[in-house]
Design a protein around this ligand. Sequence first.
Ligand SMILES: Nc1ncnc2c1ncn2[C@@H]1O[C@H](COP(=O)(O)OP(=O)(O)OP(=O)(O)O)[C@@H](O)[C@H]1O
Ligand SMILES: [Mg+2]
Length: 723
Amino acid sequence: MDVSELLNDLNKPQREAVAAPLGHARILAGAGSGKTRVLVHRIAWLIQAEDFSPANILAVTFTNKAAAEMRGRIEDILGYPPGGMWVGTFHGLAHRLLRSHWKDADLPQSFQILDSDDQLRMIKRIVRAMELDEAQWPPKQAQWYINGQKDEGLRAKDIQAGNDPYSQKMLAIYQAYEQACQRAGVIDFAEILLRSHELWLKRPDILAQYQQRFRQILVDEFQDTNTLQYAWLRLLTGHSGNLFIVGDDDQSIYGWRGARIENILQFDNDYPNSTTIRLEQNYRSTGNILKAANAVIANNSERLGKELWTDGEDGTPIQVYNAFNERDEASYLVSQINKWVDDGKQRSDTAVLYRSNAQSRVIEEALLQANMPYRVYGGLRFFERAEIKDVLAYLRLVANRQDDAAFERIVNTPTRGIGAATLTQLRQYARERGITMWQSSREMLDAKAFAARAGNALAGFITLIDSLTPEQPDMPLHELTQLVIDETGLRAHFAKDKSEKGQGRIENLDELATATRQFVRPQDEEFESMSDLDAFLSHAALEAGENQGDRWEDCVQLMTLHSAKGLEFPMVFMVGMEEGLFPGQKSSDDPLRLAEERRLCYVGMTRARQTLYLLYTEQRFLYGQEMIQRPSRFLSELPTACIEEVRARNNLVSPSLASKGRSSGVDTNETGLKTGQQVHHQKFGSGIVIDTEGAGKNARVQVNFKHAGSKWLVLAYAKLDVL
Ligand SMILES: Nc1ncnc2c1ncn2[C@@H]1O[C@H](COP(=O)(O)OP(=O)(O)OP(=O)(O)O)[C@@H](O)[C@H]1O
Ligand SMILES: [Mg+2]
């Protein structure tokens, strides 16, 4: 594509943005208006029209997946791969810096990354070691505190706790945690960025090297940057670089995790010479979806305010479905996806979005039962599963003996007679001397500090780890992994569990062996100097299986509303549109939180291109009990003209919804079936009708099947035979 073509498929303000004169720029625009597209074209423009080398460009995206897509699109436009360009997430890019400058960053060469679960365990151990009451000082809270401080760029030494006992205690935990991580040579996610920022601050020569290189810095989804991320960008930009940011204040959804909407709002104060360009035409969604999303977000105050319009068609109205409970909700969406597929469309064009990960289980079960392939983004990812983390912990200890988090995880997994007393002794010894668990084990064993049995068990463990360490550094990674799985007794341990779960775990272990065999080092420079093992472990920690499930080409996409940011799908289901769930309970009496929930609703709705379903239930099993649910206030904010109720209920809060009439509780005759009648279903076998409702194409019956249990079925699809 040459330079003029580059601008062809863009509208006027988009062209202005792509071809803006060199300098700082802010693109402020609503969902689906082409911000990401503009950013990609801008990169190509810089290379083709402004003669920058790809190596002068650094682009920050929201996920690794988005980064890969961006790279691919730029390659398509240029006709060759943009070698030397850095594209990735904040974490990915900062990690790359630390790998190149580990020594200057005061890290061991084979430093490992703690994910949030590892981090929590580590904090738990510290809280215990400090002899604090866990109920009074919940480790989760300390984790929250520590990450919050790091996101603000603050170390323990930078914080004044004052006289407040809570802050004093949190600070003490933070301090102990910092020391423990440093000893063990591990860093958590927030630390990756903090440390690379500090590296630049204390080594202006290193910073200058990157400033000279990255003259063009582009950031997508800028509204969700936190203090530290923005500081990192500003430092890198320096006086000579250009910052090109795109974002939407209405889509800021990470305030709860420290994101600062002010960063985008006040960008022009920080960069007074910057230009701001607004885009208003939406190319993604139908008129109905767009109008409804605009109406919902209009209920927030303190917006920059922008109206999106489309010259496309109104399309089908938004489908609002009132389910009995979460199982009915799931089976309804499965039936709709089935219809979609029957029409010859792709499963992968459909997405199910939920507020919290826990909601996916029932939906996954329904999809499994219907034999419908699906992929869950986020959630418990492959590399986060317990059995996988066990193997990874062995591998980490093989790579770095000082990794206390790994040591603690597997020292007695599977059980090998190393008891709590031995571990307490070890921890105490380690703490007193400021050394690691591994070092303590060796010293205490040498000093014969344990009783015979405990000593033997621990010595056995030390020998095991040493024996796993390859003599030849070029031992293939998958052989090492296989060795770990078999020699540590993990396989045998999980094989004892004959249940489906145990079987699943064995399958996952095999899958891990396959993953290591198929592992291809990312092309990025930071992986070049690393051993295969270190490269794989970093990859596992950073990607955490973001790309899992690619074995299924065509599958339904499941994810939280948060992780749907930036994506688009022809058909979208938003489930659990209920008060207490979405918006969440804590948001009801906190206007700031409520506004953020509403923005999340706006993000969700604007993912849909053609068809949007909003689902809510009357009853839901929550917090260990059956709860009566009320429809989300966001439903009542939808303009009546844009929606169609599939099945209304009688006690809706929204007059607009209720006025459309209800169809529940209709005379049984309308379904043509009576309660007590015997019926037969192709898949579920025979059963008895126990309830009916609705009419016409919405008629539904509840059947108690002899073998399959009780189910609600839509008559039009169920094809029941009356016996
Ligand atoms: N000028 C255009 N002509 C045709 N299609 C366009 C144009 N601009 C954008 N699009 C398409 O509109 C859709 C939305 O674009 P894009 O994802 O870049 O929007 P966005 O502003 O980044 O959205 P979000 O805020 O959700 O991240 C994409 O499918 C994109 O290809
Ligand atoms: Mg985008």
